[in-house]
Write a protein that binds this ligand. Structure first.
Ligand code: BG6
Length: 461
Protein backbone atom coordinates (compact mmCIF):
# COMPACT_ATOMS: atom_id res chain seq x y z
CA UNK A 1 0.00 0.00 0.00
CA UNK A 2 1.24 3.50 -0.79
CA UNK A 3 0.96 6.29 1.76
CA UNK A 4 1.06 9.69 0.11
CA UNK A 5 1.05 12.84 2.22
CA UNK A 6 -0.03 16.34 1.19
CA UNK A 7 2.40 18.34 -0.94
CA UNK A 8 2.77 21.02 1.73
CA UNK A 9 3.14 18.59 4.67
CA UNK A 10 5.77 19.64 7.24
CA UNK A 11 8.60 17.13 7.43
CA UNK A 12 11.15 17.84 10.08
CA UNK A 13 12.38 17.35 13.57
CA UNK A 14 12.42 19.15 16.87
CA UNK A 15 15.10 20.13 19.32
CA UNK A 16 15.66 22.71 22.01
CA UNK A 17 18.24 25.32 22.93
CA UNK A 18 19.16 23.91 26.36
CA UNK A 19 19.66 20.43 24.91
CA UNK A 20 21.79 21.37 21.91
CA UNK A 21 23.42 24.78 22.16
CA UNK A 22 26.04 24.22 24.82
CA UNK A 23 28.00 27.39 25.62
CA UNK A 24 25.80 27.21 28.64
CA UNK A 25 27.41 29.97 30.68
CA UNK A 26 29.19 31.74 27.84
CA UNK A 27 28.58 34.69 25.52
CA UNK A 28 26.45 36.45 28.09
CA UNK A 29 24.15 33.54 28.90
CA UNK A 30 23.13 33.18 32.52
CA UNK A 31 22.37 30.14 34.63
CA UNK A 32 19.15 28.16 34.34
CA UNK A 33 17.65 25.78 36.87
CA UNK A 34 19.55 22.98 35.06
CA UNK A 35 22.97 24.52 35.60
CA UNK A 36 22.11 25.08 39.23
CA UNK A 37 20.68 21.62 39.83
CA UNK A 38 23.68 19.99 38.20
CA UNK A 39 26.06 22.09 40.32
CA UNK A 40 24.16 21.13 43.47
CA UNK A 41 23.31 17.48 42.74
CA UNK A 42 25.39 16.01 39.89
CA UNK A 43 24.51 12.47 40.94
CA UNK A 44 20.91 13.07 39.88
CA UNK A 45 22.19 13.12 36.28
CA UNK A 46 22.96 9.98 34.27
CA UNK A 47 26.71 9.34 34.47
CA UNK A 48 26.95 12.82 35.98
CA UNK A 49 26.78 14.49 32.58
CA UNK A 50 25.38 17.99 32.90
CA UNK A 51 23.90 20.68 30.64
CA UNK A 52 27.27 21.91 29.35
CA UNK A 53 27.73 18.66 27.38
CA UNK A 54 25.62 19.17 24.30
CA UNK A 55 25.97 18.68 20.56
CA UNK A 56 27.39 22.22 20.50
CA UNK A 57 24.86 23.87 18.21
CA UNK A 58 26.26 27.24 19.29
CA UNK A 59 29.43 26.39 17.35
CA UNK A 60 28.07 23.83 14.85
CA UNK A 61 24.89 25.58 13.70
CA UNK A 62 25.96 25.99 10.09
CA UNK A 63 27.03 22.34 9.76
CA UNK A 64 23.85 21.18 11.49
CA UNK A 65 21.59 23.22 9.25
CA UNK A 66 23.39 21.71 6.24
CA UNK A 67 22.61 18.27 7.71
CA UNK A 68 18.96 19.21 8.15
CA UNK A 69 18.88 20.06 4.47
CA UNK A 70 20.55 16.74 3.62
CA UNK A 71 17.78 15.03 5.64
CA UNK A 72 15.28 16.90 3.45
CA UNK A 73 13.67 18.79 6.30
CA UNK A 74 11.37 21.58 5.15
CA UNK A 75 10.78 22.69 8.76
CA UNK A 76 12.75 22.50 12.01
CA UNK A 77 11.93 23.43 15.57
CA UNK A 78 14.35 24.76 18.07
CA UNK A 79 13.95 27.14 20.99
CA UNK A 80 15.33 30.46 22.12
CA UNK A 81 16.97 30.36 25.54
CA UNK A 82 15.41 33.06 27.70
CA UNK A 83 18.57 33.04 29.85
CA UNK A 84 20.69 33.78 26.78
CA UNK A 85 18.50 36.51 25.31
CA UNK A 86 17.69 38.30 28.59
CA UNK A 87 20.23 37.04 31.13
CA UNK A 88 18.52 38.63 34.14
CA UNK A 89 15.12 37.31 33.08
CA UNK A 90 13.89 40.86 32.54
CA UNK A 91 15.65 44.00 31.44
CA UNK A 92 18.62 44.22 29.11
CA UNK A 93 18.86 42.12 25.96
CA UNK A 94 22.16 40.33 25.28
CA UNK A 95 23.44 41.49 21.84
CA UNK A 96 25.51 38.29 21.42
CA UNK A 97 22.31 36.26 21.67
CA UNK A 98 20.53 38.42 19.10
CA UNK A 99 23.45 37.93 16.73
CA UNK A 100 23.44 34.17 17.27
CA UNK A 101 19.71 33.64 16.77
CA UNK A 102 19.69 35.97 13.74
CA UNK A 103 22.40 33.86 12.12
CA UNK A 104 20.54 30.63 12.82
CA UNK A 105 17.21 31.90 11.53
CA UNK A 106 18.75 33.46 8.43
CA UNK A 107 20.74 30.34 7.61
CA UNK A 108 17.68 28.11 7.96
CA UNK A 109 15.67 30.34 5.66
CA UNK A 110 18.45 30.51 3.11
CA UNK A 111 18.55 26.68 3.06
CA UNK A 112 14.76 26.48 2.51
CA UNK A 113 13.99 25.28 6.05
CA UNK A 114 11.15 27.07 7.81
CA UNK A 115 12.03 27.85 11.44
CA UNK A 116 9.56 26.92 14.16
CA UNK A 117 10.56 28.77 17.31
CA UNK A 118 9.58 27.72 20.79
CA UNK A 119 10.08 30.15 23.67
CA UNK A 120 10.41 27.89 26.68
CA UNK A 121 11.68 24.33 26.88
CA UNK A 122 11.96 23.61 30.63
CA UNK A 123 14.81 26.14 30.94
CA UNK A 124 13.75 28.61 33.61
CA UNK A 125 16.43 31.27 34.12
CA UNK A 126 17.80 31.00 37.64
CA UNK A 127 17.19 34.74 38.10
CA UNK A 128 13.48 34.00 37.74
CA UNK A 129 13.54 30.83 39.85
CA UNK A 130 15.14 32.82 42.65
CA UNK A 131 12.01 34.93 42.94
CA UNK A 132 9.78 31.82 42.94
CA UNK A 133 9.66 30.72 39.31
CA UNK A 134 6.16 30.05 38.04
CA UNK A 135 4.79 30.27 41.56
CA UNK A 136 5.34 34.03 41.42
CA UNK A 137 2.96 35.98 39.19
CA UNK A 138 5.71 38.49 38.45
CA UNK A 139 7.34 35.79 36.35
CA UNK A 140 4.22 35.63 34.18
CA UNK A 141 4.75 39.22 33.10
CA UNK A 142 8.54 38.83 32.81
CA UNK A 143 7.96 35.88 30.45
CA UNK A 144 5.42 37.88 28.42
CA UNK A 145 7.93 40.71 27.98
CA UNK A 146 10.58 38.20 26.93
CA UNK A 147 8.15 36.71 24.39
CA UNK A 148 7.37 40.15 23.03
CA UNK A 149 11.09 40.88 22.69
CA UNK A 150 11.41 37.74 20.57
CA UNK A 151 8.47 38.70 18.35
CA UNK A 152 10.00 42.16 17.82
CA UNK A 153 13.51 40.91 17.11
CA UNK A 154 12.75 37.90 14.95
CA UNK A 155 9.07 38.17 13.96
CA UNK A 156 9.92 39.65 10.56
CA UNK A 157 11.26 36.19 9.61
CA UNK A 158 9.79 33.67 12.07
CA UNK A 159 6.16 32.83 11.25
CA UNK A 160 5.58 29.84 13.53
CA UNK A 161 5.85 30.60 17.25
CA UNK A 162 5.23 28.35 20.23
CA UNK A 163 4.95 29.63 23.76
CA UNK A 164 5.85 26.42 25.62
CA UNK A 165 7.00 22.89 25.05
CA UNK A 166 5.19 20.36 27.26
CA UNK A 167 4.24 22.84 29.99
CA UNK A 168 2.98 20.01 32.17
CA UNK A 169 6.47 18.50 32.48
CA UNK A 170 7.99 21.21 34.74
CA UNK A 171 4.79 20.94 36.82
CA UNK A 172 5.09 17.17 37.19
CA UNK A 173 8.87 17.13 37.42
CA UNK A 174 9.46 20.18 39.59
CA UNK A 175 6.40 20.12 41.88
CA UNK A 176 4.84 16.64 41.93
CA UNK A 177 7.11 13.71 41.14
CA UNK A 178 10.62 14.99 41.93
CA UNK A 179 12.44 14.73 38.62
CA UNK A 180 13.14 18.43 37.91
CA UNK A 181 14.49 21.26 40.01
CA UNK A 182 13.28 22.55 42.50
CA UNK A 183 12.19 19.00 43.45
CA UNK A 184 9.09 20.01 45.39
CA UNK A 185 6.28 17.51 45.99
CA UNK A 186 3.12 19.49 46.67
CA UNK A 187 -0.01 19.35 44.55
CA UNK A 188 -1.32 22.80 45.37
CA UNK A 189 1.98 24.42 44.44
CA UNK A 190 2.00 22.32 41.28
CA UNK A 191 -1.48 23.59 40.41
CA UNK A 192 -0.30 27.18 40.90
CA UNK A 193 2.67 26.58 38.61
CA UNK A 194 0.38 25.06 35.98
CA UNK A 195 -2.09 27.92 36.19
CA UNK A 196 0.55 30.65 36.01
CA UNK A 197 2.20 28.92 33.06
CA UNK A 198 -1.07 29.07 31.14
CA UNK A 199 -1.54 32.73 32.11
CA UNK A 200 1.97 33.40 30.78
CA UNK A 201 1.05 31.55 27.59
CA UNK A 202 -2.13 33.60 27.20
CA UNK A 203 -0.29 36.90 27.82
CA UNK A 204 2.24 36.00 25.12
CA UNK A 205 -0.57 35.14 22.68
CA UNK A 206 -2.29 38.41 23.55
CA UNK A 207 0.89 40.43 22.87
CA UNK A 208 1.51 38.53 19.63
CA UNK A 209 -1.96 39.41 18.38
CA UNK A 210 -1.83 43.02 19.60
CA UNK A 211 1.49 43.44 17.79
CA UNK A 212 -0.14 42.16 14.57
CA UNK A 213 2.88 40.04 13.74
CA UNK A 214 2.54 37.92 10.63
CA UNK A 215 2.27 34.17 11.12
CA UNK A 216 0.80 32.05 13.83
CA UNK A 217 1.23 31.20 17.47
CA UNK A 218 0.62 27.94 19.28
CA UNK A 219 1.67 25.72 22.12
CA UNK A 220 3.20 22.24 22.19
CA UNK A 221 1.53 19.71 24.48
CA UNK A 222 2.53 16.17 25.28
CA UNK A 223 -0.70 14.23 25.05
CA UNK A 224 -0.97 10.78 26.60
CA UNK A 225 -4.24 9.12 25.58
CA UNK A 226 -5.71 7.56 28.66
CA UNK A 227 -6.93 3.98 28.21
CA UNK A 228 -8.92 2.12 30.88
CA UNK A 229 -8.12 -1.47 31.80
CA UNK A 230 -11.67 -2.59 31.00
CA UNK A 231 -15.15 -1.39 30.15
CA UNK A 232 -16.08 -1.55 33.81
CA UNK A 233 -17.44 1.89 34.85
CA UNK A 234 -14.87 2.22 37.67
CA UNK A 235 -11.98 1.70 35.22
CA UNK A 236 -13.61 4.07 32.73
CA UNK A 237 -13.91 6.71 35.41
CA UNK A 238 -10.25 6.21 36.37
CA UNK A 239 -9.21 6.85 32.74
CA UNK A 240 -11.51 9.85 32.53
CA UNK A 241 -9.94 11.47 35.63
CA UNK A 242 -6.40 10.73 34.45
CA UNK A 243 -7.31 12.43 31.17
CA UNK A 244 -8.56 15.49 33.05
CA UNK A 245 -5.35 15.80 35.05
CA UNK A 246 -2.78 14.99 32.41
CA UNK A 247 -4.29 16.10 29.09
CA UNK A 248 -7.27 18.37 29.49
CA UNK A 249 -5.64 20.55 32.16
CA UNK A 250 -3.64 22.14 29.34
CA UNK A 251 -5.51 21.09 26.22
CA UNK A 252 -8.82 22.71 27.16
CA UNK A 253 -7.40 26.14 27.99
CA UNK A 254 -5.17 26.04 24.88
CA UNK A 255 -8.00 25.15 22.49
CA UNK A 256 -11.20 26.23 24.24
CA UNK A 257 -9.88 29.06 26.41
CA UNK A 258 -11.06 27.64 29.74
CA UNK A 259 -10.45 24.78 32.16
CA UNK A 260 -12.78 21.77 32.26
CA UNK A 261 -15.51 22.57 34.83
CA UNK A 262 -15.23 19.07 36.22
CA UNK A 263 -11.51 19.47 36.99
CA UNK A 264 -12.10 22.84 38.65
CA UNK A 265 -14.90 21.34 40.80
CA UNK A 266 -12.72 18.41 41.81
CA UNK A 267 -9.81 20.63 42.85
CA UNK A 268 -12.16 22.96 44.68
CA UNK A 269 -13.66 20.06 46.60
CA UNK A 270 -10.17 19.05 47.76
CA UNK A 271 -8.98 22.62 48.42
CA UNK A 272 -6.34 22.45 45.71
CA UNK A 273 -7.39 25.32 43.47
CA UNK A 274 -4.74 27.96 42.83
CA UNK A 275 -5.49 31.59 43.71
CA UNK A 276 -6.79 33.58 40.77
CA UNK A 277 -7.41 37.27 40.17
CA UNK A 278 -10.23 39.12 38.46
CA UNK A 279 -9.60 39.10 34.73
CA UNK A 280 -7.78 35.76 34.66
CA UNK A 281 -10.63 33.93 32.91
CA UNK A 282 -10.81 36.60 30.22
CA UNK A 283 -7.05 36.41 29.74
CA UNK A 284 -7.12 32.61 29.46
CA UNK A 285 -9.82 32.89 26.81
CA UNK A 286 -7.45 35.04 24.75
CA UNK A 287 -4.85 32.28 24.81
CA UNK A 288 -6.65 30.06 22.31
CA UNK A 289 -4.02 29.00 19.83
CA UNK A 290 -3.78 29.18 16.05
CA UNK A 291 -2.01 25.83 15.88
CA UNK A 292 -1.42 22.98 18.33
CA UNK A 293 1.77 20.93 18.49
CA UNK A 294 1.22 17.39 19.73
CA UNK A 295 4.10 15.45 21.26
CA UNK A 296 3.23 11.79 21.41
CA UNK A 297 5.45 9.12 22.88
CA UNK A 298 3.30 6.72 24.85
CA UNK A 299 -0.22 6.16 26.14
CA UNK A 300 -1.32 6.08 29.76
CA UNK A 301 -3.07 2.91 30.93
CA UNK A 302 -5.03 3.06 34.13
CA UNK A 303 -7.46 1.12 36.27
CA UNK A 304 -9.55 1.94 39.30
CA UNK A 305 -7.65 1.95 42.56
CA UNK A 306 -7.11 -1.40 44.26
CA UNK A 307 -6.91 0.16 47.73
CA UNK A 308 -8.83 2.96 49.39
CA UNK A 309 -7.04 6.30 49.58
CA UNK A 310 -5.64 7.21 52.96
CA UNK A 311 -7.31 10.61 53.45
CA UNK A 312 -4.28 11.78 55.46
CA UNK A 313 -1.89 11.20 52.58
CA UNK A 314 -0.99 14.26 50.49
CA UNK A 315 -3.36 14.96 47.60
CA UNK A 316 -2.12 13.47 44.30
CA UNK A 317 -3.73 12.61 40.95
CA UNK A 318 -3.13 8.97 41.89
CA UNK A 319 -5.88 9.29 44.50
CA UNK A 320 -8.22 8.55 41.61
CA UNK A 321 -6.57 5.74 39.66
CA UNK A 322 -3.80 3.17 39.59
CA UNK A 323 -1.35 2.76 36.74
CA UNK A 324 -1.91 -0.42 34.77
CA UNK A 325 0.68 -2.47 32.89
CA UNK A 326 -1.46 -4.11 30.22
CA UNK A 327 -0.28 -7.69 29.58
CA UNK A 328 1.22 -8.14 26.12
CA UNK A 329 1.70 -4.46 25.42
CA UNK A 330 4.59 -3.61 23.11
CA UNK A 331 7.45 -1.93 24.92
CA UNK A 332 10.51 0.03 23.94
CA UNK A 333 12.84 -2.19 25.97
CA UNK A 334 15.48 0.52 26.24
CA UNK A 335 13.40 3.46 27.46
CA UNK A 336 10.74 1.42 29.25
CA UNK A 337 7.93 3.22 27.45
CA UNK A 338 5.04 1.47 25.74
CA UNK A 339 4.89 1.75 21.96
CA UNK A 340 1.31 2.13 20.83
CA UNK A 341 1.23 3.58 17.34
CA UNK A 342 -2.55 3.88 17.17
CA UNK A 343 -2.35 6.45 19.97
CA UNK A 344 -1.43 9.07 17.37
CA UNK A 345 -4.65 8.33 15.49
CA UNK A 346 -6.71 8.40 18.68
CA UNK A 347 -5.31 11.81 19.62
CA UNK A 348 -6.04 13.26 16.18
CA UNK A 349 -9.54 11.72 16.14
CA UNK A 350 -10.25 13.18 19.58
CA UNK A 351 -9.13 16.63 18.41
CA UNK A 352 -11.37 16.30 15.37
CA UNK A 353 -14.42 15.03 17.20
CA UNK A 354 -14.26 17.05 20.43
CA UNK A 355 -12.23 20.18 19.74
CA UNK A 356 -13.46 21.34 16.33
CA UNK A 357 -10.60 19.81 14.31
CA UNK A 358 -7.90 22.42 15.05
CA UNK A 359 -4.84 23.05 12.91
CA UNK A 360 -2.26 20.80 14.50
CA UNK A 361 0.84 18.76 13.79
CA UNK A 362 2.85 16.04 15.45
CA UNK A 363 5.59 18.12 17.02
CA UNK A 364 7.51 15.23 18.66
CA UNK A 365 7.49 11.47 18.37
CA UNK A 366 10.51 9.27 18.70
CA UNK A 367 12.30 6.33 20.14
CA UNK A 368 15.08 6.55 22.70
CA UNK A 369 17.61 3.72 22.64
CA UNK A 370 20.38 3.02 25.12
CA UNK A 371 23.94 2.12 24.04
CA UNK A 372 23.00 2.52 20.42
CA UNK A 373 26.55 2.04 19.12
CA UNK A 374 25.81 -1.69 19.52
CA UNK A 375 23.85 -1.41 16.29
CA UNK A 376 26.72 0.06 14.29
CA UNK A 377 27.79 -1.76 11.13
CA UNK A 378 30.24 -0.44 8.54
CA UNK A 379 30.34 2.91 10.26
CA UNK A 380 26.61 3.50 10.42
CA UNK A 381 23.99 2.87 13.11
CA UNK A 382 21.50 0.40 11.62
CA UNK A 383 18.46 1.65 13.53
CA UNK A 384 15.78 -0.33 11.72
CA UNK A 385 13.73 -0.28 14.94
CA UNK A 386 13.50 3.53 14.62
CA UNK A 387 12.45 3.28 10.97
CA UNK A 388 9.70 0.81 11.96
CA UNK A 389 8.65 3.09 14.81
CA UNK A 390 8.30 6.19 12.60
CA UNK A 391 6.70 4.29 9.71
CA UNK A 392 4.02 2.71 11.90
CA UNK A 393 3.15 6.05 13.48
CA UNK A 394 3.00 7.70 10.06
CA UNK A 395 0.59 5.02 8.84
CA UNK A 396 -1.83 5.88 11.66
CA UNK A 397 -1.32 9.58 11.05
CA UNK A 398 -2.12 9.02 7.38
CA UNK A 399 -5.34 7.27 8.30
CA UNK A 400 -6.37 10.23 10.48
CA UNK A 401 -5.66 12.55 7.56
CA UNK A 402 -7.86 10.45 5.30
CA UNK A 403 -10.65 10.81 7.83
CA UNK A 404 -10.31 14.58 7.76
CA UNK A 405 -7.90 15.47 10.56
CA UNK A 406 -6.25 18.84 10.13
CA UNK A 407 -2.75 17.53 10.81
CA UNK A 408 -0.14 19.60 9.01
CA UNK A 409 3.07 17.74 9.61
CA UNK A 410 5.32 15.36 11.46
CA UNK A 411 8.40 16.26 13.47
CA UNK A 412 10.68 13.64 14.93
CA UNK A 413 12.40 13.92 18.27
CA UNK A 414 15.08 14.53 17.29
CA UNK A 415 17.57 15.56 14.65
CA UNK A 416 20.82 14.70 16.45
CA UNK A 417 21.42 12.70 19.63
CA UNK A 418 21.13 15.28 22.36
CA UNK A 419 21.52 15.87 26.05
CA UNK A 420 18.25 15.11 27.73
CA UNK A 421 17.81 16.53 31.23
CA UNK A 422 18.65 14.17 34.03
CA UNK A 423 18.83 11.28 31.54
CA UNK A 424 21.70 13.09 29.79
CA UNK A 425 22.78 10.73 26.94
CA UNK A 426 21.14 7.58 28.31
CA UNK A 427 18.58 7.47 25.49
CA UNK A 428 19.71 8.30 21.98
CA UNK A 429 16.94 9.70 19.79
CA UNK A 430 18.63 11.27 16.77
CA UNK A 431 18.53 10.71 13.04
CA UNK A 432 22.17 11.68 13.36
CA UNK A 433 24.63 9.98 15.69
CA UNK A 434 26.74 12.22 17.88
CA UNK A 435 30.19 11.23 19.09
CA UNK A 436 30.32 13.22 22.30
CA UNK A 437 34.12 13.37 22.48
CA UNK A 438 34.93 14.28 18.90
CA UNK A 439 31.58 16.03 18.23
CA UNK A 440 31.55 14.11 14.95
CA UNK A 441 28.14 13.69 13.32
CA UNK A 442 27.11 10.62 11.28
CA UNK A 443 23.73 10.09 9.70
CA UNK A 444 22.02 6.91 10.90
CA UNK A 445 20.10 4.58 8.60
CA UNK A 446 16.85 6.15 9.84
CA UNK A 447 18.06 9.59 8.75
CA UNK A 448 18.60 8.36 5.20
CA UNK A 449 15.20 6.66 5.23
CA UNK A 450 13.48 9.82 6.49
CA UNK A 451 15.16 11.95 3.81
CA UNK A 452 13.67 9.66 1.13
CA UNK A 453 10.22 9.74 2.70
CA UNK A 454 10.30 13.52 3.06
CA UNK A 455 11.45 14.09 -0.51
CA UNK A 456 8.83 11.67 -1.91
CA UNK A 457 6.23 12.86 0.65
CA UNK A 458 5.33 9.30 1.37
CA UNK A 459 6.35 5.66 1.20
CA UNK A 460 5.14 2.27 0.10
CA UNK A 461 4.66 -0.45 2.65
C1 BG6 B 1 10.32 15.03 25.38
C2 BG6 B 1 10.97 16.39 25.64
O1 BG6 B 1 9.25 14.89 26.23
O2 BG6 B 1 11.11 13.91 25.63
C3 BG6 B 1 12.44 16.39 25.26
O3 BG6 B 1 10.29 17.43 24.97
C4 BG6 B 1 13.13 15.15 25.75
O4 BG6 B 1 13.02 17.57 25.75
C5 BG6 B 1 12.44 13.90 25.17
O5 BG6 B 1 14.48 15.14 25.43
C6 BG6 B 1 13.11 12.57 25.54
O6 BG6 B 1 13.26 12.41 26.89
P1 BG6 B 1 14.13 11.26 27.57
O7 BG6 B 1 13.89 11.43 29.01
O8 BG6 B 1 13.64 9.94 27.09
O9 BG6 B 1 15.54 11.46 27.20
Amino acid sequence: MHYQFPADFWWGSASSAPQTEGASLQFGKSETIWDRWFAESPTRFHRQVGPAHTSGFYQHWREDIALLKQLRHNTFRTSIAWSRLIPDGRGAVNPEAVRFYNQVIDEMLSQGITPFINLFHFDMPMAMQQIGGWENREVVEAYAQYAQTCFRLFGDRVKHWFTFNEPIVPVEGGYLYDFHYPCVVDFRRAATVAFHTMLAHARAVQLFREGEYAGEIGIILNLTPSYPRSTHPADQQAAHIADLFFNRSFLDPALLGHYPAELVALLEEHQQLPVSQPGDSALLAEGRVDVLGVNYYQPRRVKCRDALVNPHSPFMPEWFFDHYAMPGRKMNPYRGWEIYEKGIYDILSNLRQHYGNPRCFISENGMGVEDEQRFEQNGQIQDDYRIDFVREHLIWLHRALQEGSHCLGYHMWTFIDNWSWSNAYKNRYGFVQLDLDSQQRRVKKSGEWFARVASERGFTQ
